[in-house]
Structure formats: C-alpha cells, structure tokens
Design a protein around this ligand. Structure first.
Ligand code: HAM
Length: 449
C-alpha cells in the first residue's frame, strides 16, 4: 500500500481494540476526582505563546526547546499547549472563577505537545489527566491532592509506585538558594551545555533538570534546596508530611526533585515507577503559589498534578493489570431477503433505544456470512429471520455461549428479549457470587425502559 503519508513521529493512534481501556482510565479518573470535589474544565488546545513563556517560564526546557509554536494567518504567535496548568489558570482568571467559592477544584483530560526525542513513554503528542486546586495555601490541600492521585493508582491496582516528595521553597528562601547554586555552577561553568551557561545568571535551578548527561552529572553534587528553606516553608513541608502519614500514604523525601517548570513553589512531588524504562515519572505536580499573579490575577495560592495516560497504560501493561472487557454485542439479528432485513432493522432500532447493543446486516451478506460475522463480534445471542419466520411469526433465538435455543414470538420480541437478557446478566452475577434478589419485571416496568 502506498500511503500518502504516515502518522507524525512521536504520535500514537488509539485503535478500537484499545480505546475501551483509555475510556475506562478517563472515566475512572473523572469519577474519583469528582468524589474529591473536582469538576472538569476544558480549555483550547492552543493558546497565545506568551502564556507559556510567562507561566511555564522562558528558561525551562519546555519553553526553550520543546514547544510547537507557529504564526497563524493573522501573524499571531500561537503554541500548542505543552501542559495543562497554564491554560486552566488563564481560564480561571478570564472567567472570574476567583469570585466563586474557594478553593476552585478543577480537573481535565487533555492532549499535550512537546517536541522531545520520542522513546518508550515519551511522545510528542501525549495525554494527561490533571487536577488544579486554586485558592488555598493550606498543607491539607497538598495532602488531599496527593491522596487523590494515590487513590486513583490504588483503585486501578497499580503498585510499586514510589511517591517522592520535596519542597523547593518560596520566592524568599529561593533567593539564597539561587546564590548557592550560582556559586556552585560558576566554578564549573565551562563544562555546562550552552543553554545551562545562559541559565546560570537567569535561573540556575533549571540546570538541575537539564537532560544533558554532563550537566546532570555536575548537578548531582549541587547544594540541595531543602537546606535553604525559610521557617514558614519548612513548617509547611512538615505539615504536608504529617498529613500524609495520618492518611497512611507512604512517601520518600527526595531533595533532588525540582520539577521542570518554573511556576512551582514549596511542595513538589512525583510518582515514579522503575518498571517502564527511563521515563518512569507517571505523575508529577506541586504547589504554584505565584502563578496566578504571574499571569495577571490576584494572589491565589494553588497546586495540582498531572499524570501521563500513556505512561499509566504502559505501567498497567507491565503489571498485567485487568481492564474491563469491551461491551459485547447482545444480539446479532441475521436476515434473509429484503422483507426480513426491514423487520430486523425495526427490531434492532427498538432494542438500541432501550440501550441494548444490537446489530443486523448492513453489508448484504449471505446468512452464512452474517453468522460468521456475528461469531467474530462475539455476539451473545443470534437469531435468523427469513420469509418462513415472518409468516409464522416465530423465530429461534440462539445463546451463542451455551448453544441453547429458545423459540421467540416476533410480535413481543423486544420485551421478551430484554427480559431474557436481564435474567442472563443476573445469572452471570450470581455465578460471580453476587446476591441478586432482583425482580426482572420491576426493572422492565421502571422508568428506565
Ligand atoms: P509534567 O511533569 O511536565 O507536569 O508532566 C506531567 C506528566 O505528564 C509526567 O509525569 C508524565 O507522566 C507525562 N508526560 C510529560 N511529558 C511527556 C511526554 N513527552 N510523553 C508522555 N508523557 C509525558 C506538568 O505538565 C504539570 N502541568 C503538572 C501540574 C499540574 N503541576 C501542577 N498542576
């Protein structure tokens, strides 16, 4: 096949065989976040470039090297979002959400774009589930936000993820730390990469997360931010840890975590796995008490996290964790001839209106080929309609799992089929040990149907 073009390097298609898994992750994430009071926010995939320059920081790798930036036809500089936080904060300000009761708890499922070197777990288009909690400086909010990420991982059965915690202080305590870093790196300036040499005077902390192996080796012995925290930041950090202990959430303090984005203050954290290769950070986040002001709003302490859905999928794959099975076709209604197809279409339409996954022939296949297709679909029940079934008003419904056949009256088929398939589902639940003292007729007569 001579394709005109293939997909862009660092992007991934989600095929139908996999899409139910990602749907499950997304709906689970939204549901658990909902239990913590987070409501979904959706922001555009592109924003004015300056939002990220100001918000994420123009000395970060993300802004300096990785953004997809272009001029639109009106000569405006536009950037595909490299992360979700800046856009959420922009929207929070633009729509006056700071006038609403605080904290504002917002969550999102979003695609992000970074021009990085693709490898396992590192893509140029990737997807995040993120949360942002705006309008609270309390360490209880830090602990609650971390607990949410932790609960999602636990619910999915993900294990052996290490929660690594650090505090990178506030603007005030950072001044002294920057000086110490500057002094340290100045002595080895000639060995640093060109970008880091420039960062030395503007933002020496960014040298700590440079991806160049030489800079990373030099950064290993650099002064640690925890030694430079002011009293307030230290107390805040200790309270966050105390809350986590109270909630029984294990963590380790890793004083080398500084995160790759400029907006962070105080608490920063990552959930790290050793099972998915070099890109083991499945979730990262922290506090950003100055970002809302940086973008032009009132002082609003805030924090959040984002987890990479592709990395989460990789990890769940590595740990062989189960996903729910995709929904199975309940009924394939095969037909022979136009009249039978007409009736089949009516029945299938009526069942679909009741929420049943049902199919009939839309290809024009022989009955034999239709049954082969029904088998491939994994249909639970099949039934064949032909002239004799239409004339006699009866047809045989076959349970494809047991081979059992039941004669059905066509005039009452929809209701009878619903009753039968609900009974089957209850039987399956009973087989799983669930107590199902349920009246099928009551279900059918309820407003649901
Ligand atoms: P981040 O650490 O840049 O933070 O990204 C969060 C997560 O997105 C990472 O832990 C990783 O799982 C995933 N991720 C990042 N880059 C890639 C990539 N190239 N390919 C695949 N997955 C990737 C943020 O984006 C912050 N906005 C998080 C945050 C929200 N902080 C506060 N609120």
């Amino acid at each position: 096949m001579a394709l005109v073009t293939k997909s862009i390097k660092g992007t991934q298609d989600v095929l139908p065989q996999e899409s139910h898994k990602i749907q499950f992750l997304e709906s689970t994430a939204l549901e658990i976040a909902g239990n913590y009071g987070f409501r979904e926010i959706r922001t555009p995939v592109f924003e004015h470039t300056e939002l990220f320059q100001r918000g994420v920081g123009d000395t970060t790798d993300v802004v300096q090297k990785e953004m997809y930036t272009f001029l639109d036809k009106g000569d405006r500089s536009i950037t595909l979002r490299p992360e979700g936080t800046a856009g959420v904060v922009r929207s929070f300000l633009e729509h006056g959400l700071y006038n609403e009761p605080m904290p504002q708890k917002l969550c999102y499922l979003t695609s992000c774009y970074r021009y990085e070197k693709p490898q396992a777990g590192r893509l140029r288009e990737f997807h995040q589930f993120g949360v942002e909690c705006l309008g609270t400086a309390s360490p209880a909010a830090d602990a609650e936000t971390i607990a949410l990420a932790n609960e999602l991982f636990s619910f999915l059965g993900v294990h052996d993820l290490e929660l690594q915690l650090n505090s990178i202080g506030c603007k005030d305590c950072r001044k002294e730390y920057h000086k110490a870093l500057h002094d340290y790196f100045e002595s080895r300036k000639d060995e640093l990469c060109g970008t880091c040499q420039e960062r030395l005077d503007r933002n020496p902390m960014r040298i700590l997360d440079c991806k160049s192996p030489v800079c990373a080796a030099i950064a290993k012995d650099a002064p640690k931010v925890l030694d430079y925290l002011c009293d307030d930041c230290r107390a805040h950090f200790e309270q966050v840890q105390a809350f986590l202990r109270t909630m029984g959430i294990p963590f380790t303090v890793n004083p080398t975590i500084v995160r790759g984005l400029d907006y962070y203050t105080r608490t920063v954290f990552e959930f790290v796995s050793t099972e998915i290769g070099a890109q083991g950070t499945v979730c990262g986040g922290g506090r950003y008490d100055g970002l809302v002001e940086e973008i032009g709003g009132p002082h609003t302490p805030a924090l959040g996290f984002a987890m990479g859905l592709e990395r989460l999928m990789l990890l769940m794959g590595a740990q062989n964790l189960p996903f729910p099975e995709p929904e199975r076709c309940s009924l394939y209604l095969a037909s022979m001839g136009d009249k039978a197809l007409d009736r089949a279409m009516q029945i299938v339409a009526a069942l679909r209106q009741e929420g049943v996954y049902a199919e009939c022939d839309v290809v024009g296949r022989s009955v034999k080929a239709q049954m082969k297709y029904a088998n491939k679909l994994g249909a639970k029940f099949t039934m064949v309609l032909g002239d004799s079934e239409l004339d006699g008003g009866k047809a045989r419904l076959k349970n494809m799992d047991t081979g059992e056949e039941t004669e059905m009256t066509l005039d009452t088929f929809e209701g009878d089929f619903m009753r039968l398939s609900i009974s089957e589902s209850l039987k399956e639940l009973e087989d799983l040990g669930v107590d199902t003292d349920i009246d099928v007729d009551a279900i059918l007569n309820s407003t649901l149907f």
